[in-house]
Design a protein around this ligand. Structure first.
Ligand code: NI
Length: 198
């Protein structure tokens, strides 16, 4: 299994991005290192949220900081998040670190209730609204194998077709040249992580 320092952000169409992450049953020192590394990658690539599936881990957790700046705002870790009580609708542009250079308008609930656990095992049971609610919905989608491009209006899908095809070509060539593991190896890695944490 990879160490935390080796984790990197994976990009579309990597199959783990379509994986339904399993609930986490254990938190240990290595998992804390993974969370630190996820924040590091999120800041490095100027994101505001990062889900475990985006670093090729099949674990139900994500990190976020709505300011996107280290040392500013609040760093939030959500383990096994469950969203309920969606209220209102809001449309806004989204992007994703796993879909570089692609943006699109997505409708999300304006306010949500979130139930989750922190890294220390504290229960979160809180309402979020606006930008934070949007980030939580986007990251929870990742844990269900869903991407924001799945939620674009028909028609705006066509506008990003060229970019998606380019990402597909890049991915295939990386897999062909061996700089990316074969699908069978990716599946074995996922099984090992699940055996350890889920
Ligand atoms: Ni994303």
């Amino acid at each position: 299994m990879k160490s935390a320092a080796d984790l990197q952000i994976i990009t579309y169409p990597h199959p783990t991005l379509r994986y339904q992450a399993k609930p986490l049953r254990k938190v240990d020192a290595r998992l804390k290192e993974i969370v630190d590394r996820m924040f590091e990658l999120m800041y490095e690539y100027r994101g505001v949220g990062l889900a475990a599936t985006q670093v090729d881990l099949p674990l139900r957790l994500f990190v976020m900081n709505s300011t996107g700046r280290q040392g500013d705002g609040q760093e939030i870790v959500m383990i096994n998040p469950v969203i309920s009580r969606p209220r209102g609708n809001e449309i806004a542009e989204e992007g994703c670190l796993s879909l570089p250079s692609i943006h699109g308008n997505v409708i999300r609930a304006k306010t949500i209730r979130v139930n989750a656990f922190t890294l220390d095992g504290q229960e979160i049971n809180q309402d979020f609204s606006g930008y934070e609610a949007r980030i939580i919905q986007h990251e929870t989608d990742h844990l269900d194998g869903s991407l924001f491009i799945d939620r674009l209006k028909e028609g705006s899908e066509l506008e990003i077709q060229g970019e998606l095809e380019q990402l597909e070509i890049d991915f295939e060539s990386r897999q062909r040249t061996g700089s990316l593991a074969e699908d069978s190896q990716l599946k074995a890695d996922i099984a090992a992580w699940e055996a350890a944490y889920c």
